[in-house]
Every structure is written in structure tokens, then in C-alpha cells.
Write a protein that binds this ligand. Structure first.
Ligand code: FEO
Ligand code: CA
Ligand code: CA
Ligand code: CA
Length: 644
């Protein structure tokens, strides 16, 4: 998506005079660079201090205060088609699917009947917002929001849904995937997307990407269109996210396999990754874009399932697939720092009976932002977690030539180890988990991972329970936590369960939990803020839970937890059919941004274009307004710090 920022008009500007009131394009570009370094400098300083929590939260001044961690009055569960927040708070919607991302002053607006073209979708926010991060420009009043668009509902995306399937529809669906970078600014207490903005960018399922790390150039990565194995078009199913202390954004490719049409009889590698013929929930891209037909292009599947690094301050940066971090149905990528300054990336693979990983960089993070750390994530060691029955655990290296990871066992080199990370983890004996989603680190150094649910656990021909995943038919999910021996690069750890989700008063054994405070189910998004509050976001599996339980839990929600006491309070309830996901805040802790994904989604089918508001018409609330994923800005009416 080529664009010339120097041609943009500045007439719509309403804020940020230091960056934007520039008439000379050349000078403006220089200032853009200067502003970019300005907003990265604090991050670099904090990472140099080695305080991962402070660096990642973007603020060192909000440390543990004297007051209680949770200061708001919790709200009841409910099923209203709206976003509810506690007394004294307000929620404002920005950046809806189809809104202009800010690429040019004439960007076409959203058409409520779904009739925007593919070209228009390429300059609008995508569908199904997920992971999100705020990068300050002028601290708490302006910054960049970078967010994922995980997948699409073709019933809502196109005027007539799946009917008349065409290359144009495939291109529009591809354009609604990926990542948005937008500039946001606060004016009179309200936040808005700044348009046009020199940083605005859409990254889609067609954006050229570079492959780095051990799988770059590997035979399994080469295709008819790319005989180098180093250039891939696009990123897919971008779910959780992470940010690095050097100022970049990590976007995670989750259920990529659903986009591919497989052969009648997939081979062992294809089967291990779930490739099937004519996947029922598939996206039908292969009918008009042959690279998604694995019967013709079998290696294309190996080019997805990676963590992708993006420099949000450089709109022409080519995103990089970081293969040293391993291939998985990646949920999130959370960066912690060792005392010696090495980066440790914690990652969950959201699939039943899959694994938790960490990557430890070989080198220490250097001052100087992305330019100084552009290959940091290409060198290091990838490990899979094993949780033992005695409350201890070990990190097992996915290192070619060590143990059973040899050519004789199907791993010719390190490239093949990372491409076949699931098979390598099987061989090493990692612990098969109940769908590991987001991972976060608290102020005491405990690392938490949400295990959202696994109704297959303990079922017929399925893996039995184990100490770390103790419930058969785990419909409610749980949160596990561990503390590394030594530092975040430790090779062993102690672990326990932070909480088993579910209502302690539930009479159905598998739905009982031990939540202290407001009950919840299916934890997914997880974020520890600068004060140490743990924010838990839910994505209930409606097909696995009983109707009574669903009614009791209400719509998906965001809750705040005190990691020290385990107390949980419900803070936000989303609209009907949504999941609540992604959380970030301005460095002063007074503005929080979260995403509402797939409002109005049916648990079992695509939306009906003839009746798009059947379950929800959030956020626009008018007749015939298709429900839209959107970012919600949360503020306290008195301007105070969120959660206090
Ligand atoms: Fe994309 Fe695991 O949620
Ligand atoms: Ca998720
Ligand atoms: Ca979901
Ligand atoms: Ca989920």
C-alpha cells in the first residue's frame, strides 16, 4: 500500500502543533523522525534500567501507591447490548471496523450496508479487533494505537455475505485482516483518531513481509511465488500482541490453518497442524487466491503461524516474521527482561492440548530503539514448558542436535525444528495445556497464563487431566502462574494455580471454581497495568457451557484482580455476543483502551447479511446498523487513575 505522506494536507489538524503544523514536507519528515525518537526515548531509558514491568507499562511513576489496588465498585453481570463500566467512569467508542484509519483526508467512510469495496477496506480499520498497544507521542495526550484484526465474519463484511463469492470479496476479506496503526489524540477530554496522520497504516493479509531467523530461506518456506523462502505476503488471524522495550509491536498469527484448503489425505506434518480439505469454518480464499490451496502450494502453510515484528513509527517498515520464536497458533507474545538486559518472550499457543513457550534472546537489549535491536529476536533459544506434578517445572530447549531433535527423528536443522515446533514439543515432552492464551508478568515476577477452556480434556481418546490442567471437561478455564528459578531466563520454575474460573456456588462439578469475588469464565486477555492490577478479559465458549451458566455469567467482561490477594472485581461488561480483548493505557494511567471483538456473533454460524442486527447492533445502535468491532476508551469522569 504505497502512500506519499508528504502530500497530505494538514488542514484538519486540531492538536499536536509541535509535530503537525508543518508546511514544508521535507522539514515535516525530519520532525516526524525527531518526534518518533522523542516518544521512544523513555522506553529505551526504562529498558536500560532493567525494570521490565516499568518499561512495558511505559510509566515508572505509577508504582505501588499506598492505597488499595482495587478502588472501584464492581458492576453486576448482565446481558444488555452495551458497554457498562463502574460508577464514575465513562466509555467512548473510537476506531470501529470500517472507520478511516487516517491514511488520507479523503478516505471513504463506512457504509452500513457492507458495500465498501476492497480498496476502501484497505484504508479503513479491519474487522474483529484484538491485541492493542498505545505508544505515546506526547505522553498521555497523543500517541499511536496499534491493533490487531483477527478474522472476519463474511456475513457482515459483504453486502450479500457469502453469495456471489468473488476475487473482490477475497481481497476485501484479506484487507480486513492484519494490523492497524493510527494516531490518537485527546481534545477536551475526548479521544479521537487523527486523520490524516503520517503514521497511519494498514497492514493486511497481502502486505509484503520479510522472514528472519532459522526458517528464513529454508526449503520448507519456498513456494512458486517466492523461491527465496524469505518474502511472504501478509499476516493472518492476528490475535494477541506484545510490545518490546525497544518500541516495536509484536503481532501473533493464531489459527492460520483455517485459511488453507488441504488435500483429501493430508500428510503427517499437515495433520499435526490441523490441515483439512474444505474446512467448514474456512474462508474460501483458495477459490480466488491459489496460494491458499495447499494442494497446489503445500509450503504456504509453513509461512504462517509466526510472531511478526512491526515498527509502528516507520510506516514504510517491512514487517518481519521472527521464526526464532517458533511456529504455533500464536496467541500473544509478552516481553520480560532479565536483570542482565536480555529479552524473554513468553508465548501461548491457543489450541487444545498445545504448549506454552518462551524465547530467550542471545544478546542484551541495546539502547537506541529498533535500529539498535533489529535482529535481537533472531538469535536465542526457544523452550517449551513442562509442568511437573510436584509444583515444579522445566523449560526444555527446542535446539537442533540436542536430545531427540535430530535428522533421524525428522528435524534436519534448526529451521525444521521451529517450523515443526509442535512436533518438537511432542518429542521433548512439553505439557499439553488447556488452550494457553495471554501471558503477563506481575510486579513480584510471577508469570501468569490464561488457559481459556478445554471441553475435550479427559474425554474419550483424549489426554487425561494432569496437575497443571486438573479439570476434565474444563468448560470454565483457569489461570496458572509460575516463578522462574533465578531470573526470566531460568531453566526451571515453581508453579501453582492463581484461580480456577467458575462460580463456587455452581452445583455442576466441572463448572465450580474458586474465584474470590465476582465470578467469571474462560479467561483470555490478560494485562498487568503499571500499578500492578491484573486485568482479566473473558471469551466464554458458549457451545461448551450450560445455558444457566451463561445466563449467570452474562456477556463477556473485563475484571480487575489483585495478584497479591486473588480478589476479583467485575469492571466492564461488553455488548451481546462480543468478546472483550486487548488492553493498554496512556502512561499516566488515566486513559485505558480495550477492544470489543465480534459484537453480535452467533456461537454457531456466520452472521446473516439479511438480518445483521439479529443479536446486536452495537455500537451504532440505529436500525440496520451492522454490529462493529471497536476500540473503547475508558476514563474516570474526574480524570483519576483507572482502577483506583
Ligand atoms: Fe484469537 Fe485465542 O483467541
Ligand atoms: Ca484470545
Ligand atoms: Ca473468540
Ligand atoms: Ca479466546
Amino acid at each position: 500500500m504505497a502512500k506519499d505522506h508528504s502530500l497530505m494536507e494538514d488542514s484538519n489538524r486540531s492538536s499536536n502543533p509541535s509535530i503537525h503544523d508543518i508546511s514544508n514536507p521535507q522539514r515535516r519528515i525530519m520532525l516526524r523522525g525527531a518526534a518518533a525518537s522523542a516518544f521512544l526515548a523513555p522506553l529505551a531509558q526504562m529498558s536500560a534500567l532493567g525494570g521490565a514491568a516499568a518499561a512495558l507499562a511505559g510509566c515508572a511513576t505509577l508504582g505501588a501507591g499506598s492505597g488499595p489496588l482495587l478502588g472501584f465498585k464492581s458492576i453486576p453481570a448482565g446481558t444488555q447490548d452495551t458497554v457498562r463500566v463502574p460508577e464514575g467512569y465513562e466509555a467512548q467508542v473510537i476506531a470501529r471496523w470500517g472507520d478511516p484509519v487516517g491514511l488520507s483526508g479523503e478516505t471513504p467512510g463506512f457504509r452500513p450496508d457492507g458495500s465498501n469495496s476492497a480498496a476502501e477496506q484497505e484504508v479503513q480499520f479491519g474487522m474483529h479487533h484484538d491485541g492493542i498497544h498505545y505508544y505515546p507521542i506526547q505522553g498521555a495526550t497523543s500517541g499511536l494505537l496499534v491493533m490487531n484484526h483477527e478474522y472476519v465474519d463474511d456475513g457482515l463484511l459483504h453486502r450479500d455475505g457469502l453469495a456471489n463469492w468473488s476475487a473482490e470479496k477475497v481481497r476485501k476479506a484479506q484487507a480486513a485482516h492484519g494490523v492497524s496503526v493510527c494516531e490518537v489524540a485527546q481534545k477536551d477530554g475526548r479521544w479521537q483518531v487523527v486523520s490524516p496522520s503520517p503514521w497511519a497504516r494498514r497492514i493486511t493479509a497481502r502486505t509484503p513481509m520479510q522472514v528472519n531467523g532459522p526458517a528464513a530461506g529454508h526449503g520448507m518456506m519456498k513456494t512458486a511465488a517466492d523461491n527465496t523462502g524469505r518474502r511472504v505476503l501478509g499476516t493472518l488471524n492476528n490475535c494477541g500482541s506484545g510490545m518490546t522495550p525497544w518500541g516495536t509491536y509484536l503481532t501473533c498469527e493464531e489459527n492460520f490453518i483455517n485459511y488453507f484448503n488441504g488435500p483429501d489425505q493430508p500428510d503427517a506434518h499437515q495433520r499435526r497442524w490441523g490441515l483439512r480439505k474444505g474446512h467448514p469454518a474456512g474462508y474460501r480464499w483458495h477459490l480466488h487466491d491459489a496460494r491458499f490451496d495447499a494442494t497446489q502450494h503445500p509450503n504456504e502453510i509453513n509461512r504462517f503461524g509466526w510472531v511478526v515484528e512491526i515498527d509502528p513509527r516507520n510506516p514504510s517498515h517491512t514487517p518481519v516474521k521472527r521464526t526464532a520464536l517458533g511456529r504455533a497458533a500464536h496467541e500473544g507474545a509478552t516481553v520480560a527482561m532479565t536483570k542482565g538486559g536480555r529479552a524473554v518472550v513468553y508465548m501461548g499457543e491457543d489450541a487444545r492440548f498445545e504448549y506454552i513457550y518462551k524465547f530467550v534472546s542471545r544478546d542484551a537489549v541495546k539502547p537506541g530503539g529498533f535500529a539498535a535491536n533489529s535482529e535481537l529476536l533472531d538469535h536465542g533459544t526457544l523452550y517449551v514448558a513442562r509442568f511437573d506434578e510436584n509444583g515444579r517445572g522445566a523449560w526444555l530447549p527446542l535446539a537442533h542436535g540436542q536430545g531427540a531433535l535430530t535428522a533421524a527423528n525428522g528435524f534436519a536443522d534448526q529451521g525444521e525444528v521451529v517450523i515443526k515446533a509442535r512436533q518438537a514439543s511432542d518429542v521433548l515432552g512439553g505439557t499439553k495445556m488447556d488452550r494457553p492464551e495471554w501471558i503477563e508478568v506481575d510486579k513480584q515476577g510471577w508469570v501468569y497464563c490464561t488457559l481459556t477452556n478445554n471441553s475435550n480434556r479427559g474425554g474419550k481418546d483424549q489426554a487425561p487431566t494432569n496437575a497443571a490442567n486438573p479439570r476434565a471437561n474444563n468448560v470454565m478455564g483457569h489461570i496458572i502462574r509460575w516463578k522462574e528459578d533465578g531470573d526470566h531466563d531460568g531453566l526451571s520454575f515453581q508453579w501453582n494455580h492463581f484461580v480456577l474460573a467458575g462460580d463456587p456456588s455452581n452445583t455442576r462439578e466441572q463448572a465450580k471454581g474458586n474465584v474470590k469475588g465476582d465470578s467469571f469464565a474462560c479467561p483470555d486477555g490478560l494485562w498487568v497495568d503499571a500499578r500492578g492490577v491484573m486485568w482479566i478479559q473473558t471469551d466464554m465458549s458458549t457451545s461448551a457451557m450450560g445455558k444457566g451458566e451463561l445466563a449467570m455469567m452474562g456477556n463477556n467482561a473485563m475484571l480487575a484482580a489483585d495478584p497479591n490477594t486473588g480478589e476479583v472485581r467485575r469492571f466492564l461488561v461488553g455488548p451481546v455476543g462480543c468478546e472483550v480483548t486487548g488492553a493498554t493505557a496512556s502512561p499516566d494511567g488515566r486513559t485505558m483502551f480495550i477492544n470489543i471483538q465480534h459484537p453480535g456473533e452467533s456461537p454457531s454460524e456466520r452472521s446473516d447479511p439479511a438480518n445483521p442486527t439479529r443479536f446486536s447492533n452495537w455500537p451504532d445502535q440505529g436500525p440496520n446498523t451492522r454490529p462493529r468491532s471497536a476500540t473503547v476508551v475508558i476514563r474516570r469522569r474526574d480524570g483519576g487513575i483507572i482502577g483506583t
